[in-house]
Structure formats: structure tokens, C-alpha cells
Design a protein around this ligand. Structure first.
Ligand SMILES: *[C@@H]1O[C@H](CO)[C@@H](O)[C@H](O)[C@H]1NC(C)=O
Ligand SMILES: *[C@@H]1O[C@H](CO)[C@@H](O)[C@H](O)[C@H]1NC(C)=O
Ligand SMILES: *[C@@H]1O[C@H](CO)[C@@H](O)[C@H](O)[C@H]1NC(C)=O
Ligand SMILES: *[C@@H]1O[C@H](CO)[C@@H](O)[C@H](O)[C@H]1NC(C)=O
Ligand SMILES: *[C@@H]1O[C@H](CO)[C@@H](O)[C@H](O)[C@H]1NC(C)=O
Length: 954
């Protein structure tokens, strides 16, 4: 055991309140540059120092990070996250590979129990392998209207749609008040509820559905259960506990981790697309592809270019009328306009303290919207408070003392020790102005403070999106009418429908809570809602009702006559109960522009009700406010909402819940009860999972009949010593153009009836109905290899038409790509792929590198590679070779039918130029895109799996 290169930094945290903890004290570096580093870079540095071993992580990595000021955007550094997060979809192949490695080592006489993940791994069975029902569709049957589609296609519990599926699963979680621009913006990145409860009572259909799903997936679940019992360092979260991002936020994240005798900051890479959410809690983390996550699990660090870090300085005070959603969208918009471009963002400045933990995680989740890699909020008092009621196993004093000891705890009081960022963008939070939109289209936004003016303008304007053309003399019309024995007046601007709907806003409990707290204060102040106004409360799910009830505001909403009328998007699509006849008559009689105010996400003129001509979208608390006011023609800042029982004016500001109140209720009641609920679910597990039987053996008992789980052939010829050979006389399997995506290489969708994979499955006696998708069969290498390049959109220049076929050059036959590859392999002929620019773009997909490897592809020669896919190729032992600048297959006059020989020198070095010779006598140079010694080692060994397996053989 050699001395740790940074052993001199080891220090001990002591206090009477807890046991001693050891840690690497970065302050002992006594380097002035440390305190100038952004906090997220300090996390990178700590990890590099602690994990420095001279191979995976070198002292150069440490110096580069420390020298971040000079090295940003240049140095390539390694990062060993504290843990890896996998969901079942991507977890299956990784676990199958580990199980296969156990087999391979056992065959060589090595104890298979040595094979375990090296980095703590959490595997969350949440995508349930196949999602074939939609929760929202159960709650509210899909309606034929397009406006409701947002809700109808929502995946269960707001779960992200599985990686690789089409984008049709976007969430309906969009923002009411800011209208169209926001809706468009959110279509790509769902404004996902960082925290929300599981439904308290699930419809029976759903429970049945879940059971069926579990039965259908039994084989794979049994495998996962075997994994959870067999592997050390792996934690399997059983199905039906919760969605990945939530379990991650509420259960797995620790702020400070403990392992190998040290405490250290938590950090994570994950295959869940919402991994970046965690940065809102001061935990550095981002999403990676399947092979990368597998590599991290096997102990390899993630390699990244030392990022630039944009400091986003928040100043000013948030307008009290702004809801969480206004804030999140306001900040997102600001960052988008600033143009972040793949950098890290770190928030600082006095305004940060005004953002609650859910606000932060939502902003962090939105970072694909503004192109940031991560949006980091260092741990501060708000974060600690958030963890007070939660899962963390450490007493908060340990976290606080440790983070303070290494200056990872943020206090915004002292501005003298601000880090130095690559650039700083400032945002004044008071610029976030709450809006409503309407009267006819969601994209017509009106600042709340200008509402009265705007409405009067609309009366004046000629008929159009913003006009009703009511003549001056008729604008003052008042129509008296009787309702339930009392007389009231209707005028232009009178509110006749008010609906608090959370089909969009249940994303963030705080906005519905704000509506409830406002109702409570309004009732306490003696305000009422006029009985002729059709008021509705449509909570979106039982969950929302549950937390409104738990936090004690439901009775007050009821007192204001906001009764729960049902779930789903009833009111958005015009299903509200008819207005009282007397109201309709009064509207007709005065030709009045009556108003509807709702907090849905879409609306159309006349949608709520034919006779309601002005429809506004507003945040839930503003809907309650306008209902109390009874009109939209009011300046809520200067005019009272109503009078109390003593005849005194009550203004909106008197009853508007402060952000602190909302936050307090949210943290202490809603989120706390969610944690409790999740914990108890975790402890109970699901009955199905608990009953599930699985083997008790160090080696997995592969079932030869299984068509889902199969021992992959990566280790088929594992020998102790690796002798990399040159690539001689290789045929191009395919000759491709530009922008070949991972979807071309390894399609994720359904398995075509006429395909190599179909033939295989039929040979296993499956009918086409039982084929399932490629995504679901990732644990079966036979299916996945057959599915490689099986895209009907593949354009292969060797055959000159679109489709999953290629030319078997020696015989001149046109075959399925897999069959051609199989024939070449049988004849011992190595293969390469010729391609154009950006080979492997699109979403990262592990089988896009594993498949070609198992087909016998040794190298891809392309004009350029997508970066993550390049990593994957190297990880699987395939050489990514790049044509020299300005050259390509055409400029070199390659026809794609020649044989290629690539000489590999004994001493391969990163980014070396290699010579390629063709059977037609041509010779050209390519750059081998190995970025570092680690890449070279992986390539030499035939990929990281063999590399790790061999390291255990020695
Ligand atoms: C933020 O903007 C408000 C209103 O425009 C202004 O009063 C305040 O001084 C600004 N704050 C800072 C720190 O610039
Ligand atoms: C994000 O990056 C992509 C590609 O790099 C670019 O096309 C897009 O315009 C960027 N978007 C923003 C909001 O900067
Ligand atoms: C609200 O909670 C109370 C007490 O826990 C319960 O009796 C009541 O049924 C709940 N109401 C709703 C609508 O969930
Ligand atoms: C939220 O409330 C908690 C306590 O209830 C408090 O400690 C925290 O500072 C508050 N956060 C914000 C952003 O107001
Ligand atoms: C959460 O913490 C707050 C303040 O520390 C406390 O009042 C509340 O009871 C806690 N809630 C739960 C469910 O533990």
C-alpha cells in the first residue's frame, strides 16, 4: 500500500456532539487559489485529491483543477463522483455485464465474489421497464381536443419518459401565467415537480396495472433482486416506491457521504435525465450515458474538460406576488437570454437566500433549457433547513462543521470572499413581474399591476385578440340581477367563473399552497366570494388534495366556495357546470364582457362558456384574489379587494401569504410528510418485490429459455494477457454519411416483424405480439446485436438506398446488417465503419457501442464524432479514428469496398496519427481519438469490461 499523494491533508473533525470524522482538509493546501475557486470546482478538487491514485486520477488532475482560473476550457480532468444512479432501463445491461464478469472470472478460478461495483451504485426500478398506461388518462379520459393533449399524454406520476422513447411524453407541467412563450419553452424540458407526493389513494385500475406490469417483468425483477442480494456496494430501490429523481432528492442524497474512512461531499452521475436537479441541493451531478455510468460503477472516473463557470448573481427582492413558477421561469428566461452554452452555472449573491429548496431544484432541472451543464447552488442555511426533516443519516452539525471546515458552506453575508467566476451575469429578482394572460390568447401577457388599464383598453379597442369594441357610453353598464334571493350587479370585467386548477401547477406544491394560504387569510379577514361566481377547485390529483388538507387550508378554500369538483382538466376543456341562468341573462342583457379566471395552461375564447368573452390565466392565488374582488378591472396594488365585517378596506397585500409562510408550510408539512411517506414505503418495500423469489448464489443462474436476460459474450475469450493486434484487411461493414445518430445505430423502438431480431425471437417461440421493444430487451445481447443498425432510416452508401441492409462485399450479396457481420466474423474478417461528420450524435445509448463491438467492428473512421459516443466506443474497445482536417472518404476517393489495414504501434499514445492502407494501394493518415492513457489502456484490453476483469485476474 503506497502512501496517498495527498495524505498530508488528512485531518480530523472533532466535537463533543459526534464521533470523530476524517477528511481531506483542502485548506491545508495553503493555496490562495483555492478560496477563489467556484464552489462546484471545490467539489471537483476534493474528489480529485481524495481519489488520486496515479492511474485513474493523477496529481496533474489536481493541479489543473487548482489552476482552474488558467486551465478552464482547456485541461481535461477526471472526476470520481461519490455515487452512480441507474434506473432499470440502463441498469439492466450494466448489471448483466457484472454478472457475466462473475462467470468469466469463476471460469478462470477466481473468486466471483470479488466482482462488485467499485463506486456505490443505486439502482432504481422506476421506469418499470414498460410504461403502457398514463395516470392522467385514468384520471381524466383523453378528450379529442388538442388543448387537452398535454395532460393526456403525461406519463405516470410525472415521470420522465424513458430514455430513447420519442419526445411525445412531454409533461403538461407548464406555466399558466406566462402564457405561450413559457408553454413552448417547457415543451422540451418539463417543469418537473421536484417534490410531490405519491397519490394517497390510487384508482383500482392503476393498482391492477402495476401488478400486471410486475408480473410481466418478473424475470428482470428477479434478476435485480439477485443483484441486490449478491453485489456489495449496490442498493436496489424496488419498483413502485417512487420516480428516480424523487428518490434521489429525498432519499439517496446525503450532502456529505461517508466511505473508506472519510467524509466527503456527495456527488453523483446518473442515467436519469433529471439528475441535474440535485445541484439545487448543493450536490454536484449530471446525466451520463449507459456505458459511462457503467464505467463509473466499475471505478473509472468521468473525464471532462475543466468547465467554465458562470456566476449568476441574484440581487434585489422578489415581488411578493410572484409565485415559485414565476421565479423559476423568470430565472430560466434570464439565463437563456444570457447564452450559457454548455458551461456550469453557480448561483451567488444575496438573492439566493430567497429561493426555497424546491425552487432551486426546479431551476437546476431546467438547465437543458438554457444549455448549462449544471446549475449549482452551494449548500447554505436554506439547504440545511431542508435536510432537517429528511433522510440524511448524519446529524446536521457534522454536515455544517465539515462543509465549513473546507469552505464549502455558503454564507451570503460576506461578499469579500466571493469566488472568481469565468463571467458574472447579474439578475435583479425584482424584475420578475407576475403576469396574467388574456383576455383571449395565452401569449398576450399583462403585468398584474396593469390589469385594470389593460382591460379598459381592451373594451375600447376594435374587435380582435385584445379588443371587444364596447362604445364609451356602454362601458359603464351595470346590470342588476337576483341570485338566490339577493340582488347583485354585473358589469364589464365581472368575474363569473374562477377555477383553481392544478393540472399544470401541481408540479410545485407551493403555488397551490399559496392559493390555500391566501384563502385562509381572506376568510380570517372576513372576505367572501360572491355566490353567483362559479368557483372550482380542480387539484389535478388526490395528492394535491391531500397536501392541501394536511396543511390545513382546504376548509378555507371551501369557505370561499372553492370545492373540489374532480380531478383532471375538467375546467380547461369547458366541462364546468353551467352558469346560473340569472347570470347568463344579465350578461346577455347588458352585452357584458364577463370574465373567467383560471390557472390552467391553455384556453380559448368562449371555451369556458360561450357567454364569457374574456378569459384570463393567472396563478392559483391570483385566481382566488380575482374571485374575491369579483372583477378583473381592478388595480390590486391600489384598490381594496373588499371590505371586512367592520367595513374596513382589505387590500391584497394584507392577505397575500409571504414567501416565507408558503415555504414554511411547504417544508414543514408537505415535504416533511413526503419524506415520511417515502421512508415508510422504503421500509415496507412493495409486497410483490418482497415475495419475489431469487437465487442465493454468487453466480447468476442464467435461464437458457429467457429472452430478456442473457449472459453476454463480452468475456468469451478472456485470457490473462492482452495482445492487441493491428487491424488487417478489414472490410467496411457500412459506408455512412453525416449525422448518423445513435438511433440509427441502435434503434430503441419496436422490433420489426421482418428483422434479424425477429427471426431470433421467433426461433425462441415468441409471437410478434410478445416481441416487446429493443429498449425492453437490453438485457439480451443476442437481440441487441441483431438490432444494431436495424434502423429503417439507415442510409448506407454500399447499397445506395435507405434501410437496415448492407453489402457483404466478398459475395456481393445484400443482407441484413447483422447477417453480413455474422458472416464476416465466421470468416475471421475484421470490420470497420466509414462515416461522415458527427458520427453517434443523438441521445447517448450504450448499445450503440456494444452492438458494433459484438458484431466485430474494430474501428470507426469518421470525419468527426459526438463526444459521448466517442467515449462509448473507446469504452467498448473500438478505435474512433478521425480523418485529417479537410479529408473524408470522398476526398480520398474511397469506394467503401476496399479492404483496410490499420497498423497499431506497440506504444500507442493519445491523439496519435495512424496510417491506414487500402487494398487498392491508397494510404492516408487518421488521428486516433484516444484522449489519455486510460483510453489507450481500455482500447488495448478490448474495452473497460475486459480491463476490469483482467485487473481481477492478476
Ligand atoms: C433591483 O430593482 C429594483 C427595482 O427596479 C431597484 O429598486 C433595486 O435597487 C434593484 N436592486 C439592485 C441591487 O440593483
Ligand atoms: C443551445 O445549444 C445549441 C447547440 O449547441 C444551440 O443550437 C442553441 O441555440 C442553444 N440554445 C440556447 C438557448 O442558447
Ligand atoms: C382531510 O383530513 C381530515 C382529517 O385528517 C379527514 O377527516 C378528511 O376526510 C380529509 N378531507 C379530504 C378531502 O381529504
Ligand atoms: C424556508 O423555511 C425554512 C423554515 O421553515 C427557513 O429556514 C428557510 O430559510 C426558508 N427558506 C426560504 C427561501 O425562505
Ligand atoms: C420538520 O421540522 C420542523 C422544524 O424543525 C418541525 O416543526 C416539524 O415538526 C418537522 N416535521 C416532521 C414531519 O418531522
Amino acid at each position: 500500500c503506497t502512501e496517498h499523494p495527498f495524505g498530508h491533508l488528512i485531518d480530523t473533525l472533532r466535537s463533543e456532539q459526534y464521533e470523530e470524522r476524517r477528511y481531506f482538509n483542502l485548506l491545508k493546501l495553503s493555496d490562495v487559489r483555492y478560496e477563489k475557486l467556484p464552489f462546484c470546482m471545490r467539489v471537483l478538487l476534493e474528489s480529485a485529491i481524495r481519489k488520486c491514485d496515479g492511474f485513474y486520477i493523477k496529481t496533474d488532475d489536481v493541479s489543473s483543477i487548482l489552476d482552474w482560473q488558467m486551465q478552464q476550457n482547456q485541461a481535461e480532468v477526471a472526476f470520481s463522483p461519490a455515487r452512480v444512479l441507474l434506473q432499470d432501463f440502463t441498469g439492466i445491461p450494466a448489471m448483466v455485464d457484472l454478472a457475466a464478469m462473475r462467470d468469466a472470472l469463476a471460469k478462470q478460478g477466481v473468486d466471483p465474489n470479488l466482482v462488485n461495483p467499485r463506486c456505490p451504485t443505486d439502482l432504481i426500478v422506476d421506469h418499470s421497464l414498460q410504461i403502457d398506461y398514463s395516470k392522467c388518462a385514468i384520471q381524466s379520459p383523453p378528450t379529442p381536443t388538442d388543448e387537452s393533449h398535454g395532460a393526456a399524454v403525461r406519463s405516470p406520476a410525472g415521470r420522465p419518459s424513458p430514455r430513447g422513447s420519442s419526445s411525445s411524453g412531454h409533461s403538461s407541467c407548464s406555466d399558466a401565467p406566462s402564457g405561450r412563450s413559457a408553454a413552448v419553452q417547457i415543451e422540451n424540458t418539463p417543469l418537473l415537480c421536484p417534490f410531490h407526493l405519491q397519490p394517497v389513494s390510487e384508482p383500482e385500475t392503476m393498482i391492477r396495472n402495476q401488478e400486471m406490469e410486475l408480473i410481466r417483468n418478473k424475470e428482470r425483477l428477479q434478476f435485480f433482486k439477485w443483484c441486490s442480494k449478491t453485489f456489495k456496494n449496490i442498493n436496489v430501490v424496488p419498483p413502485d416506491i417512487n420516480a428516480v429523481h424523487q428518490v434521489n432528492l429525498e432519499y439517496l442524497c446525503q450532502v456529505v457521504q461517508e466511505g473508506e474512512g472519510f467524509i466527503y461531499p456527495d456527488s453523483v452521475v446518473g442515467t436519469d435525465s433529471h439528475t441535474t436537479m440535485i445541484n439545487g441541493l448543493g450536490i454536484l451531478g449530471w446525466g451520463v450515458g449507459g456505458i459511462e455510468s457503467e464505467a463509473v460503477m466499475l471505478g473509472q472516473p468521468v473525464s471532462l474538460t475543466l468547465p467554465q463557470v458562470v456566476g449568476c448573481k441574484l440581487v434585489g427582492t422578489i415581488n411578493p406576488l410572484a409565485t415559485s413558477i414565476d421565479i423559476v421561469l423568470g430565472i430560466t428566461k434570464h439565463l437563456r437570454q444570457a447564452g450559457i452554452g454548455r458551461k456550469f452555472v453557480e448561483f451567488f449573491g444575496p438573492g439566493v437566500q430567497q429561493l426555497s429548496a424546491p425552487d432551486r431544484t426546479t431551476i437546476a432541472n431546467m438547465c437543458p433549457e438554457y444549455n448549462a451543464t449544471v446549475s449549482f447552488f452551494p449548500v447554505d442555511d436554506v439547504t440545511l433547513q431542508h435536510f432537517k426533516n429528511t433522510s440524511t443519516d448524519h446529524p446536521l452539525v457534522v454536515l455544517e462543521d465539515y462543509l465549513k471546515a473546507i469552505k464549502l458552506f455558503r454564507s451570503y453575508g460576506d461578499q469579500s470572499d466571493e469566488p472568481q467566476y469565468s463571467e458574472v451575469i447579474e439578475m435583479n429578482l425584482s424584475s420578475i413581474v407576475p403576469h396574467v394572460s388574456g383576455p383571449k390568447r395565452p401569449q398576450d401577457r399583462v403585468a398584474v399591476t396593469c390589469m385594470k388599464e389593460d382591460f379598459i383598453n381592451c373594451l375600447n379597442e376594435k374587435v380582435g385578440f385584445k379588443g371587444f369594441h364596447i362604445s364609451k357610453e356602454k362601458q359603464a353598464t351595470q346590470v342588476p340581477f337576483l341570485h338566490e334571493g339577493a340582488e347583485y350587479n354585473l358589469a364589464h370585467g365581472s368575474v363569473v367563473i374562477a377555477a383553481v386548477i392544478s393540472c399544470t401547477n401541481n408540479c410545485n406544491p407551493s403555488v397551490m399552497l399559496a392559493a390555500g394560504l391566501l384563502a385562509k387569510k381572506a376568510v380570517e379577514a372576513g372576505l367572501t366570494v360572491k355566490p353567483y361566481i362559479r368557483t372550482n377547485l380542480v387539484p389535478g390529483s388526490g395528492t394535491v388534495t391531500h397536501y392541501l388538507n394536511t396543511s390545513g387550508v382546504l376548509p378555507y378554500l371551501r369557505k370561499l366556495r372553492f370545492e373540489v369538483v374532480g380531478y383532471g382538466c375538467a375546467t380547461c376543456v369547458g366541462n364546468t357546470a353551467p352558469l346560473p341562468e340569472s347570470v347568463v341573462d344579465a350578461i346577455k342583457q347588458g352585452d357584458l364582457v364577463a370574465c373567467g379566471v383560471l390557472s390552467g395552461n391553455r384556453h380559448l375564447e368562449g371555451r369556458l362558456c360561450d357567454c364569457v368573452r374574456a378569459n384570463y390565466l393567472a396563478s392559483p392565488p391570483l385566481v382566488v384574489a380575482y374571485a374575491i374582488a369579483g372583477t378583473v378591472s381592478i388595480n390590486l396594488e391600489t384598490e381594496p379587494l373588499g371590505v371586512n365585517s367592520e367595513g374596513k378596506d382589505v387590500y391584497l397585500r394584507d392577505i397575500w401569504p409571504s414567501k416565507e409562510e408558503v415555504n414554511h408550510t411547504e417544508e414543514n408539512i408537505v415535504i416533511a410528510s413526503m419524506f415520511k411517506e417515502l421512508r415508510s414505503r422504503m421500509e415496507k418495500g412493495s409486497t410483490f418485490w418482497n415475495r419475489l423469489e431469487s437465487a442465493e448464489s454468487a453466480l447468476f443462474p442464467w435461464d437458457p429459455k429467457s429472452t430478456y436476460i442473457r449472459c453476454p459474450s463480452f468475456f468469451s475469450k478472456l485470457v490473462k494477457v492482452c495482445t492487441p493486434q493491428s487491424i488487417e484487411g478489414a472490410y467496411p461493414l457500412l459506408f455512412l454519411g453525416d449525422k448518423v445518430t445513435t438511433d440509427h445505430i441502435s434503434p430503441a423502438g419496436s422490433i420489426a416483424r421482418v428483422s434479424a431480431a425477429a427471426k431470433y425471437l421467433q426461433s425462441k417461440r415468441l409471437t410478434p405480439r410478445e416481441f416487446n421493444s429493443y429498449g425492453a430487451r437490453r438485457g439480451n445481447d443476442a437481440v441487441m446485436t441483431r438490432g444494431t443498425f436495424a434502423s429503417i432510416k439507415l442510409q448506407n452508401r454500399l447499397i445506395g438506398k435507405t434501410g437496415p441492409k448492407t453489402l457483404h462485399i466478398p459475395s456481393g450479396q445484400m443482407l441484413d446488417v447483422f447477417e453480413a457481420a455474422e458472416r464476416y466474423q465466421r470468416d475471421g474478417v475484421p470490420l470497420i465503419i466509414l462515416a461522415g461528420k458527427e458520427y453517434g450524435s443523438g441521445s447517448s445509448r450504450d448499445w450503440a457501442a456494444k452492438g458494433p463491438y459484438l458484431m466485430g467492428v474494430r474501428a470507426v473512421i469518421a470525419e468527426s464524432f459526438e463526444k459521448i459516443h466517442r467515449n462509448h466506443l473507446v469504452g467498448m474497445g473500438i478505435a474512433p479514428l478521425q480523418f485529417l482536417p479537410g479529408q473524408n472518404a470522398d476526398s480520398l476517393e474511397l469506394c467503401g469496398k476496399e479492404r483496410f489495414t490499420i497498423n497499431l504501434p506497440q506504444e500507442l499514445t493519445p491523439r496519435q496519427q495512424l496510417t491506414v492502407q487500402t487494398s487498392t494501394g491508397k494510404s492516408f493518415s487518421v488521428t486516433a481519438l484516444f484522449e489519455n492513457d486510460m483510453d489507450v489502456a481500455f482500447f488495448r484490453h478490448g474495452g473497460i469490461l475486459k480491463y476490469v476483469a483482467r485487473s481481477l485476474l492478476l
